[in-house]
Design a protein around this ligand. Structure first.
Ligand code: SF4
Length: 135
């Protein structure tokens, strides 16, 4: 089973209330081969919501609110869903402070990237799930 970012499967769960659908991902979910999760929503954040970035290890919204606990809770809940469903692979949305792999926004809110993984990505990797990134 594959765990996927829900926004890649057409769910309008991004901070701006939109999705980043990849049709093949949506079809995997429809066929029962993948499970879609949005860890930010699982962590109690509303949609739409102010964008957040990793600022020196804390998740901070563009208007200055610390949402680190929401990120930690949501990442943990999404990990539990992945493990309960024996997911060995993940396909996650690139650059996100939650789902990004290898590169994430750098905390300046200027669209600039830095090396790093999102909070959910980190947990998946720590638990032996192979993560790939797209879109
Ligand atoms: Fe949710 Fe991850 Fe998509 Fe952000 S990138 S909207 S946390 S599924």
């Amino acid at each position: 089973m594959i765990i996927v970012s829900a926004c890649l499967a057409g769910k309008k769960c991004r901070y701006d209330g939109e999705h980043k659908e990849i049709q093949d991902v949506t079809e995997l979910v429809a066929q029962g081969k993948a499970i879609a999760v949005c860890p930010e929503e699982l962590g109690g954040l509303p949609t739409p919501r102010p964008p957040a970035e990793n600022v020196d290890g804390k998740l901070i919204t563009i208007d200055g609110k610390d949402v680190t606990l929401n990120y930690e809770k949501g990442a943990q809940m999404a990990l539990e869903i992945a493990l309960e469903n024996s997911c060995t692979q993940a396909l996650l949305k690139s650059k996100s402070p939650m789902c990004g792999l290898g590169k994430i926004y750098d905390g300046s809110f200027k669209g600039q990237l830095t090396d790093g993984d999102g909070e959910f990505t980190k947990l998946l990797k720590e638990n032996g799930v192979q993560v790939k990134s797209c879109n």
